[in-house]
Structures are given as C-alpha cells and as structure tokens.
Design a binder for this molecule. Structure first.
Ligand code: SAH
Length: 340
C-alpha cells in the first residue's frame, strides 16, 4: 500500500476508526509542502495506529527530476517514477491554479498530432503516483491562486487505466482533504467507448472528449481509433447521459488544425453533432510538434469558427495556449524531446 493512494475508506480499514482515518487524510492530503518523510506522530491519530500505518504503507517513489517555469508563470515538472518519467503542469490564473496530471508513462493511443504518442507506451501509473503529481504541483501554486482544479490532460489515455484513475479521482474529491469540487476535476479522453461508459456510470467528476474533427474521415486521419469508435457512438453516449445526469456538463475539446478541420462548414457540423449533448466546446489551437507538418489554424480562423459555433447556440471558449515557451502546452508533453 502506498500512502498517497489511500482513500478515506481504505484508511478507515487500516486504522480501524473513522475519526483517525479523517485525521490521517487531513495530514496526508492537507496543504503542506510535498515531502516523503513520514513523521512519527500526526495530530489526531493515536500513536499506535499511526505506527501501524507507517509499517504497512510505503511512500510513493516519485521525485522532481527537473522543472521549468514559463514566462506566463506556468511550471512544468518532470516527475521521475519507477521505470520512467512523466510530466505534470501547474497553470496559474488570476484567482485559481489548474494542475494537469499524467495517467500513463507514454500512451496507449496513436493520435498523429500528439507528442506523447511518439514515446510509445511504458506503463500505467498507479493512483498514488497520479495523486502525488497533484501534491507536488499544488505546493508551487502562488498564494493568491491556490490549486483548485485538476485536469487529466497530461500524458496518457485515462480510459485505458480506468481503475487507477477512478481511485485517484475519489481521493482528489474526498473530504476532509484534498477536497476538490467534483466539477473541478476533469478527465479527458481520446474517445475509448467502453471506458467512457464505465466512467459515466461510476465517476463523480467531469468528462472531456477530444473530438478534433467534424466528420469521421477527418477524425480518422488524426485519431486512428475512430475506426473502432466513430463520432456518433461517442456522442450518442453523451446524449444518453443527459437523461441520467441532467446537470452534468461534458467538455468537448476541439484542436484546430490549419486547413484540416477549421472551416465555417466544420463549425456548423460540430453544432449539429452536439445537439442534445450538454456540451461546452473548447477550441484549442494546435501546438506544433517536431517532425509534423500540422500547423495551428490562424487566429482569425479560430475566431471565425468560434463565431459560427456560438451563433449556433454552443457555449464555446478559445483556449489560447499556456506555457508554450517551455513546451508545456497540450500535446507537447514528451519529456525526451522537450529538453527540460
Ligand atoms: N488522452 C487524453 C488526454 C491527453 S491529451 C485525450 O486525448 O483527451 C489532452 C488534450 O490535448 C486533448 O484534447 C488532445 O486532443 C489535446 N492535444 C494533444 N496534442 C495536442 C497538440 N499538439 N496541440 C494541441 N492540443 C493537443
């Protein structure tokens, strides 16, 4: 058992008491500096019980191998884990910071526009390693902008590591700590249908689907798995979810590629596709990756697409990139190439 992978439920079993479990969770996940030293006593937990926990649990073998700060304050971490390294990002805004975590070393999917795909697949991360990334990055958030949001948009496909991702989500959103809001945690998927079904049934947080094309042909050229799970199957699932969870919002990510998926006709098709989905559309200019001819759509085109989508009644935001000068923006998380 690893310390940062313990839910309050698991702690309760270990410590044989709900009160002690809550006190232990408060210490493990509370806002302290990240440290792998286990103290001999913790407030509110009987010494003997804490000792049991210390002997039964090991700390997560993670450490910051390197870090870089971008001119906009975004910090990228290279986190060494057993058997490899992953990246996490702390993205500050005026009042709150967002932490972006990885769920796998490398990735199981082969999206042609993503730098992580070029690394191949290493292994799935455990829940404790995912939560540790959050704790490490949270400790660097500016005082005026505490880390309140977590997005699973780093390396990896969360639906291909769902057990661990669901445990990590349970920990992040549990009381008394870290106590993130359920709508403040978002898991992003390239569209793995069986995983999405289970996620929608079990997860208490938000889902983001990377749509990235307005037709199957377009999407297939960018995301080969479209052959197995076409757009309509993915969106059908989100439409059905509305009956069960009328208030749950689904984020739709749409990376914009120059001359590929960025016309007004594409925008109009996306509006049609998303009818009946409780959707918020996020437009993401593509971040160029080494060796790829793909380019971002020009600013005016992204704004034009935005106008058509908004006029069609879709709630749409443009996500201008953050941390670009340190290769921390979407799709650029490939530690070997980035030269951190
Ligand atoms: N595998 C998951 C999560 C990681 S990718 C997924 O696909 O959703 C997180 C987001 O970054 C996705 O929306 C993806 O489409 C986007 N992305 C990947 N590479 C990108 C790039 N080079 N430029 C801009 N966005 C990119």
């Amino acid at each position: 058992m690893r310390l940062t992978g313990l839910t309050v439920r698991a702690l309760e079993e270990l410590l044989d008491s709900r009160t002690r479990a809550l006190a232990a969770a408060k210490w493990i996940y509370g806002p302290r500096a990240w440290s792998q030293e286990l103290p001999t006593t913790v407030p509110g937990v009987a010494a003997a019980a804490w000792q049991t926990l210390r002997t039964r649990c090991t700390v997560t073998e993670v450490r910051i191998a390197d870090q870089a700060t971008a001119s906009d304050g975004t910090i990228k971490f290279l986190i060494a884990v057993e058997g490899g390294a992953v990246e996490s990002v702390m993205i500050p805004t005026a009042r709150r910071s967002t932490i972006c975590v990885s769920s796998q070393i490398g990735c199981t999917r082969s999206c042609v526009f993503c730098a992580t795909a070029t690394l191949g697949f290493g292994r799935n991360l455990r829940a404790d390693e995912i939560v540790a990334q959050f704790l490490i990055a949270r400790a660097t958030a500016p005082a005026h902008s505490p880390a309140k949001n977590v997005v699973f948009m780093g390396m990896g496909e969360p639906m291909d590591n769902l057990d661990e991702v669901l445990t990590a989500v349970e920990i992040l959103t549990q009381s008394p700590a870290p106590q993130l809001g359920q709508t403040q945690v978002t898991v992003s998927t390239s569209g793995v249908l069986p995983g999405m079904k289970r996620f929608l049934a079990e997860a208490r947080c938000s889902l983001a689907l990377s749509l990235n094309g307005s037709t199957d042909a377009q999407r297939l050229a960018l995301m080969p798995q479209t052959k197995t799970w076409p757009i309509e199957a993915l969106l059908g699932l989100l439409r059905d979810d509305r009956a069960r969870h009328p208030n749950r919002v689904h984020f739709i990510e749409y990376v914009m590629f120059d001359g590929i998926n960025d016309t007004d006709a594409d925008a109009a098709r996306v509006v049609e596709l998303l009818r009946g989905v409780n959707a918020r559309l996020n437009l993401i200019p593509h971040n160029a990756i080494a060796g790829s001819p793909l380019r971002a759509s020009p600013r005016e085109r992204i704004e034009g697409f935005h106008r058509v989508a908004a006029a069609g009644g879709l709630r749409t935001m443009i996500r201008w990139p953050r941390g670009q000068d340190i290769a921390a923006a979407c799709g650029q998380l490939a530690q070997i190439r980035s030269g951190l």
